[in-house]
Design a protein around this ligand. Structure first.
Ligand code: HEM
Length: 190
């Protein structure tokens, strides 16, 4: 990739993100109380905005992109998922970090290594993970911990010019069993 710098800050692979993206091909698979899996085709939009750089403890410099994701069920066009957070690039450690907050009272921090040499032209593959109790952890309300626990999360995202796709799994413990709650989507920058 020729240029990872925005407003004088090096965003690494995250320089590919800023803008408004829209997707019509999403598929969510979520748990149902009767043990079945609910399949929900969705459309969505994700707005990625440049925040800039931040410094932690006087020595860690990070480049930060804020995002807001709004997801709508295709069957009735009602919004059924809302998510906010940050994509964060640590150029010194060559690490991508990701945070999410959802209005179920669940939040998490995920991370993963990223090799800058893997960026080809305007294309990059980013993968970050979070696991309850690990260095990249999950925080949730007592109710969610006891009834619909998020044990872990992983997202793999591919950006290729004006195309973005992701595949993510939220590892849940709900209704007395382990359930993989998955989402896949493809978006275009508008
Ligand atoms: C495109 C993204 C997502 C969509 C469309 C989505 C949609 C859904 C749906 C339809 C349910 C079933 C319950 C209901 O109808 O409200 C559900 C449950 C749940 N989701 Fe998601 N979800 C997404 C991402 C996430 C993420 C990223 C997390 C957390 C890391 C998460 C955590 C949960 C939890 C904890 C439940 C269980 C709550 C319950 O069913 O009582 N979801 N989600």
């Amino acid at each position: 990739m020729s240029n990872t710098i925005i407003d004088g800050v090096d965003f690494g692979p995250l320089a590919l993100l800023p803008g408004l993206w829209k997707g019509e091909k999403g598929m969510d698979i979520a748990p149902e109380s009767d043990g079945s899996a609910e399949e929900n085709p969705f459309h969505e939009e994700i707005l990625f905005e440049v925040v800039g750089d931040v410094t932690n403890a006087g020595k860690q410099t990070l480049a930060v992109i804020r995002y807001h994701q709004k997801v709508y069920r295709k069957s009735d066009n009602q919004q059924f998922h809302d998510q906010i957070g940050y994509w964060i690039w640590d150029g010194t450690e060559q690490t991508v970090m990701f945070t999410l907050t959802i209005p179920r009272a669940v939040a998490l921090v995920a991370g993963g290594p990223f090799d800058l040499n893997s960026i080809k032209d305007r294309s990059a593959f980013i993968s970050v993970e979070s696991e309850e109790g690990s260095d990249w952890g999950v925080a949730q309300s007592p109710f969610m911990r006891d009834n619909a626990k998020t044990k872990g999360f992983k997202i793999e995202m591919k950006i290729d010019g004006e195309n973005l796709s992701y595949s993510q799994t939220t590892f849940l413990d709900i209704y007395g069993r382990a359930v993989d709650h998955t989402d896949k989507s493809q978006l275009l920058r508008v």
